[in-house]
Design a protein around this ligand. Structure first.
Ligand SMILES: [Mg+2]
Length: 363
């Protein structure tokens, strides 16, 4: 096989993958994961795989179409992720690489890197100069907005799956109900378990400062997205007033927005999302910024690819574990003793269970 791999074509397939545990956050409920499965096919038969998460089924079709349209721009190009990133960034400079375009471009980037890893017969971690190793992870699947007793039960189930950390969704209309839930979960799981919480942008600045003070002393590792994600000045106000570290980053739409947040001291920790930060290419840039700023960096969703990316992230903190793509994966990511275990198989380990894909395909 020659060293030069060229892109032949991309496949983009929309699926609604059933989730084992539905999630209700302060911004709505999800019980099926709307995913776009992406395959990058090369001229020598090597293939790369990735998926992106449309968040809502409403966005599934436009996102699939965007991946297909964007992929046409790079058909025939050599498999060089940084060159492809530069080309697509130029092509979308006037429309902007944000929203659906950014998700599509990140999905393409992850599939391209995956194909490159397959072409070299290396796991993604090794292609990036690292090594697959256990990565500390928290179980983020459940603990949506629910009554305290239900949250306490669910927390025990999440820990029983092999974790010693979990995240609680907060943002109930009455702050006391949030506090009751945190205390019920802590009581159920004990002091040895790490707990984070996530408001999913539900609060105003004043309410976030008040609820932050209420939660200080509850032993939470972080308070995530208390207010609107792009109000960095407001986030900085909340972070300055709150002892518990403030976590943001799943909505950074590039390493540039992460730098702006860091410039504002908007948070104590960052957690970029692989499909918004710009795939593998964007992640590596963000990881360098977090390193330079001395800020702990966690991942958001996309457990399979993030497991490899965290191995080369200098300030790697916690991997957010969800299993939302498991229904269509041939081999789901393994979990043991509070860690995910990226394997030595080529790429990120993503391969489709084609029978399941056929079943959940929505076109
Ligand atoms: Mg979040």
């Amino acid at each position: 096989m020659s060293d030069t791999l060229r892109i032949k074509r991309f496949n983009a397939r929309p699926v609604l993958a059933p989730m084992k545990m539905p999630l209700r956050t302060s911004s709505g409920a999800v019980d099926k994961a709307p995913l776009v499965l992406i395959d990058c096919e090369t001229d020598q038969g090597v293939r790369g795989h990735s998926y992106i998460f449309a968040i809502t089924p409403v966005a599934l079709k436009p996102l699939t179409e965007m991946v297909r349209a964007m992929a046409e721009l790079i058909a025939g190009d050599e498999l060089i992720p940084h060159d492809i990133e530069r080309k697509l960034t130029r092509a979308f400079a006037l429309l902007d690489l944000a929203g659906i375009q950014r998700l599509a471009q990140s999905g393409i980037d992850m599939a391209v890197w995956d194909a490159l890893a397959h072409g070299r017969n290396l796991p993604l971690a090794r292609l990036l100069g690292g090594v697959p190793k256990p990565i500390r992870a928290y179980n983020s699947k459940g603990l949506g907005i629910m009554p305290p007793e239900a949250a306490a039960d669910e927390a025990q189930k999440l820990i029983a799956e092999g974790f010693d950390a979990a995240k609680i969704r907060l943002g109930r209309p009455d702050a006391n109900d949030d506090l009751k839930t945190v205390r019920a979960v802590r009581k159920a799981v004990g002091d040895g378990v790490t707990l984070m919480c996530d408001f999913n942008q539900a609060l105003t600045v004043a309410d976030a400062v008040r609820r932050g003070a209420m939660l200080d002393g509850e032993g939470l590792l972080w308070i995530e997205e208390p207010i609107r994600h792009d109000d960095y000045a407001g986030c900085a106000e909340v972070a300055a007033a709150t002892q518990t570290p403030i976590q943001i980053g799943e909505n950074f739409d590039s390493a540039f927005s992460m730098q702006t947040a860091l410039d504002h001291h908007a948070c104590d920790f960052v957690m970029p999302d692989a499909q918004r930060i710009g795939g593998v290419t964007g992640w590596l840039r963000a990881a360098a910024l977090a390193h330079a700023a001395g800020v702990e960096m966690s991942s958001h969703l996309f457990s399979e690819v993030s497991a490899h990316l965290m191995t080369v992230t200098p300030t790697a903190h916690w991997l957010e574990y969800v299993d939302w793509a498991d229904a269509v994966l041939r081999e789901p990511l393994k979990v043991k003793d509070g860690h995910v275990l990226p394997g030595e198989q080529p790429g990120s380990g993503i391969a489709w269970d084609e029978a399941a894909v056929k079943k959940y395909l929505v076109e």
